[in-house]
Write a protein that binds this ligand. Structure first.
Ligand SMILES: [Fe+2]
Length: 331
């Protein structure tokens, strides 16, 4: 009898996840439709169940700070190196640098101390109206400060982290003084007050309010899907100097993770070719691994040289960037 009770007790323990929880819990600032398909594939491949909670990045970071050691979360996913750096700076992550991650993710797309890693590439670059401009007239972010663009430039608000990170990269590459001049020139050239969204920048160009702007490439991808005959075109900035500014979506393993092994496994899996192709199909984000081929649609946008500055720098220079933009009147 004892043996039978013992057998059923063991069976219950194994099935109840109390001692061998084969699961991982993710807090995600990325929307559900962009992560669910990835988690489903991961579970199919590994048998590890993914529990997740989505929300705003800042809210989730505050929640993780409040939960501290008691958190159920193992991995935090968000967009923009500035946000990842902030979460790392708040002490939420633990360093992870496995050989798989090192070989899948280029060094400049990972935190210098291994706290977070990039999982997809988002290129912040120039968009222009090809009915009014030829690509030979374009060159760099800095050139958009030139007087020839007076009243022809549209930008998104400086409040958005994408622009804070872009300007941080300009400070890093050019120094504070030159960065100030560039931002001042942009502000002088604006045809209207900064827009609240990247898509509004494109709408304004189409409406004739301006001829050129700066956006993340996947908004352009979505725009072209809806408007296949659009005169809008992408231009890869800074190809003769630093390379175009790249940013990432990414993740870090949480310091108080209870399923660290599974969290690392998920992080590694997300950097794999299979997951990278899912990112590509879901939101046209470029693979972090440049050996992976992009779709025919995206091949039309051409190849680009990317800025190899380590993205930890956009976090480190974030505050300086915000103050610089404020000082130059970039709203
Ligand atoms: Fe975005």
């Amino acid at each position: 009898m004892k043996k039978i009770i013992g057998f059923f007790l063991l069976l219950w323990l194994l099935s109840s996840n109390t001692i061998f929880a084969n699961e991982v819990t993710v807090y995600s600032a990325r929307k559900e439709h962009l992560i669910k398909p990835l988690f489903e594939e991961f579970s199919k491949d590994t048998g590890i169940k993914v529990k997740y909670l989505t929300g705003k990045g800042e809210t989730l970071i505050e929640r993780l700070k409040t939960e501290g050691k008691n958190t159920k979360a193992d991995l935090f996913i968000t967009v923009d190196a500035g946000n990842l750096w902030y979460a790392g700076n708040q002490g939420l992550f633990q360093p992870v640098a496995t050989n798989i991650i090192k070989s899948n993710v280029a060094k400049h797309l990972r935190d210098e101390n291994g706290l977070w890693t990039g999982l997809s590439l988002r290129i912040r670059t120039i968009v222009y109206n090809s009915d009014k401009i030829t690509p030979s007239e374009l060159s760099s972010y800095g050139d958009l400060a030139n007087k020839k663009w007076k009243n022809r430039l549209c930008l998104r608000t400086s409040k958005k982290i994408y622009n804070k990170s872009l300007v941080a990269s300009i400070i890093y590459n050019k120094g504070e003084e030159k960065a100030q001049k560039i931002v001042k020139g942009w502000v002088d050239n604006l045809s209207s007050i900064p827009k609240s969204k990247d898509s509004h920048v494109m709408d304004a160009i189409i409406a004739g309010q301006c001829d050129v702007g700066i956006i993340n490439h996947y908004y352009y991808g979505a725009f072209v899907d809806k408007n296949p005959n659009t005169p809008l075109k992408l231009f890869w900035a800074n190809q003769n100097s630093t390379g175009v500014h790249v940013n990432i979506s990414g993740a870090g393993v949480l310091k108080h993770s209870k399923n660290k092994k599974n969290a690392i496994r998920l992080l590694e899996w997300l950097s794999s070719a299979k997951a990278q192709n899912i990112y590509l199909n879901l939101n046209k984000e470029y693979p972090i691994n440049q050996n992976i081929e992009v779709s025919k649609d995206m091949q039309k946008w051409g190849a680009f040289i990317q800025d190899k500055m380590n993205l930890s720098n956009v976090g480190r220079l974030q505050l300086e960037s915000v103050l610089l933009m404020q000082k130059q009147g970039y709203k």
